[in-house]
Design a protein around this ligand. Structure first.
Ligand code: GUN
Length: 320
């Protein structure tokens, strides 16, 4: 195909951006942190490892997911986790409970799974109905089977840099940075969000003495007064606040690495599902300023699942 000068220029415009630094002008290239691709590489490796285990007569890793009620997003997440298990040769079991289930019934089931030697990982999909305390349920899972890394024993070990199950989304983010060899050493990372699932653990991992890691980390949250100014200082932004398109171009400095953890369903009548997914970052505005950025979907989401599989594999191979 004959490529005209105009076409070439348009192509360059899409992926490149001219900027200035002091007196020098430079060409900055925006690249995608493709979570789908990186997750596939992890799953391919796991598939080989599991096949080898089975050849050696060992049992395949077994993940049990518990789903309470029928929250649409949770249904989708759990289905993706079960499918990913099948892809790599893990055994998976989905246990469903009605929205109205008593907490005691849930705890009984968890206790049974804790004592079942065939089960390597137990995952209770959050959020739970209001009448059930997340904390009570998380604390009931044996720390050795807590592949979500939410149990205080695992959270404490992770904070001390000891071997532990690391929550899947923060772990997935670290694996993504590693896959794309993103330089984090000495960089200023700004984490927006302080949840136990993402914000807090990812801030610990990014600041830990490791590669990726060794960042100077600032944690921002709903009470942060000058979010825009703080974000503008960041070399790396992790947006995990759960509010769509909060991070706008004026908050991001040229060449920043932007990790978008948000995945909110917003109504969209043009879609068959009736919704589309939006990240916490205004992608169209922000992407041209970045050196690297995660898309939504296809960024952090697939990495979360890959990380969960790695945790389950680790549980199985360190126990048996
Ligand atoms: N809800 C949102 N993220 C997660 C997760 O990583 N694990 C579980 N169990 N529930 C979630």
């Amino acid at each position: 195909m004959k490529v005209t000068g105009m076409l070439v220029r348009n192509k360059i415009k899409r992926n490149h951006r001219f900027g200035t630094h002091g007196n020098a002008s430079y060409l900055c290239t925006m690249q995608i942190l493709d979570g789908k691709k990186a997750a596939q590489a992890i799953k391919d490796d796991l598939k080989i490892d599991v096949a080898q285990m089975v050849i050696e007569g060992k049992k395949a890793p077994h993940l049990v997911a518990i789903l309470v009620g029928n929250n649409g997003a949770s249904e989708t997440y759990v289905a993706s986790k079960v499918k990913a298990c099948e892809e790599v040769g893990f055994k998976s079991t989905l246990i469903r409970f009605e929205e109205t289930v008593y907490k005691i019934r849930l705890l009984e089931e968890i206790e049974k799974l804790n004592n079942d030697p065939d089960v390597d990982g137990i995952l209770v999909q959050l959020p739970l109905p209001k009448h059930i305390s997340n904390e009570d349920v998380i604390n009931a899972i044996h720390p050795d089977k807590d592949v979500d890394g939410f149990h205080p024993v695992n959270a404490g070990k992770m904070m001390q840099g000891l071997p532990a199950f690391v929550p899947a989304t923060p772990f997935g983010i670290m694996l993504l940075l590693k896959h794309y060899k993103i330089e984090t050493n000495g960089k200023h990372a700004v984490v927006i969000g302080r949840s136990n699932i993402v914000g807090r653990p990812v801030s610990i991992l990014l600041s830990s003495n490791s590669n990726p890691g060794n960042c100077t980390v600032t944690i921002c949250h709903s009470h942060t007064q000058n979010l825009k100014e703080i974000c503008f200082e960041a070399d790396i932004i992790v947006a995990a606040l759960g509010k769509p398109e909060t991070v706008t171009a004026d908050m991001v400095k040229d060449g920043a690495v932007v990790i978008d953890v948000g995945i909110t369903r917003v109504p969209d009548a043009t879609k068959k599902s009736g919704f589309r997914l939006k990240g916490d970052v205004h992608y169209e505005m922000v992407a041209p300023k970045c050196s690297w950025i995660t898309p939504v979907p296809g960024g952090v989401g697939p990495m979360t699942i890959a990380a969960l599989l790695k945790n389950t594999f680790y549980s199985c191979t360190t126990k048996n």
